[in-house]
Design a protein around this ligand. Structure first.
Ligand code: ADP
Ligand code: MG
Length: 242
């Protein structure tokens, strides 16, 4: 089933047309990697998918539901669509466990004792079961990002959006975060990830999207696109990053 259908999505910031008609369909369990130059609209598109930005034109369906800009649509949308950012944004005064429990308790109103169990399970999924009582500043950047992933998973989203989640990390910490994402993918999580990690996109992605100047410029199986880019823009991009 198609979990996300984006049809001709437009977004402007003042006079600047940032998304000029983005079409994308994502099926349940699919891993979509989005690549493209800085400023091509990748983050804006992800932010629209989880209701952080309103769209100015086109249509978005998530899990069968048409999303308008109305708050009554955005609240359920944010529950269905999790997002992990380049910056981990953990609360420094809360333990790792408390960071993960916060939204399930405050937003979903689940029982705090149940939230403890949930947080333990999610931490285990990212390989950090023993860090429940640690504070964020006692962890490496890679571990903090894994906690941020666990925090998103605790809301049990239908799809997880990742926006350059390894870009702020020291190179030696990138692998452990990608390993967690790889495991989520093989567990069947629907993932849409903006990434600079071309090898990862190629190996883990079911579908590759090359965004260029606010549009999906090329889309298809990652290996095909990397081996045979159809447009000079994608060829130039691959040449520049590899
Ligand atoms: P990418 O993630 O591909 O680097 P972005 O989606 O962040 O691209 O940005 C696309 C364009 O939109 C850029 O020109 C950026 O400066 C502009 N932009 C993004 N967010 C805003 C905003 N809140 N206000 C004004 N311009 C924005
Ligand atoms: Mg971006």
């Amino acid at each position: 089933m198609s979990l996300i259908i984006s049809k001709d999505i437009h977004k402007n910031f003042g006079d600047l047309e940032v998304l000029k008609g983005v079409d994308l369909t994502v099926n349940e369990g699919e891993v979509v990697a989005i690549i493209g130059r800085s400023g091509s609209g990748k983050s804006t598109f992800l932010r629209i998918l989880n209701g952080l930005e309103e769209l100015d034109g086109g249509a978005l369906f998530v899990d069968g539901q048409l999303i308008t800009g109305l708050e009554k649509d955005l609240r359920p949308l944010r529950l269905k669509v999790g997002m992990v950012f380049q910056q981990f944004n953990l609360f420094p005064h809360l333990t790792v466990g408390e960071n993960i429990m916060l939204s399930p308790v405050q937003v979903k109103k689940i029982d705090p004792r149940q939230a403890v169990t949930l947080a333990e399970e999610m931490l285990d999924r990212v390989g950090l079961a023993e860090k429940f009582h640690s504070y964020p500043d006692q962890l490496s950047g890679g571990q903090q990002q894994r906690v941020a992933i666990a925090r998103s998973l605790a809301m049990q989203p239908k799809v997880l959006l990742c926006d350059e989640i390894t870009s702020a990390l020291d190179p030696e910490l990138v692998g452990e975060v990608l390993e967690v994402v790889r495991k989520l993918a093989s567990d069947g999580m629907t993932l849409i990830m903006v990434t600079h990690e071309m090898r990862f996109a190629r190996e883990v992605g079911d579908k590759l999207i090359f965004m260029h100047e606010g549009r999906v410029h090329e889309a298809g199986p990652p290996k095909e696109l990397f081996n045979n880019p159809a447009t000079p823009e994608l060829a130039a991009f691959i040449g520049a990053v590899s």
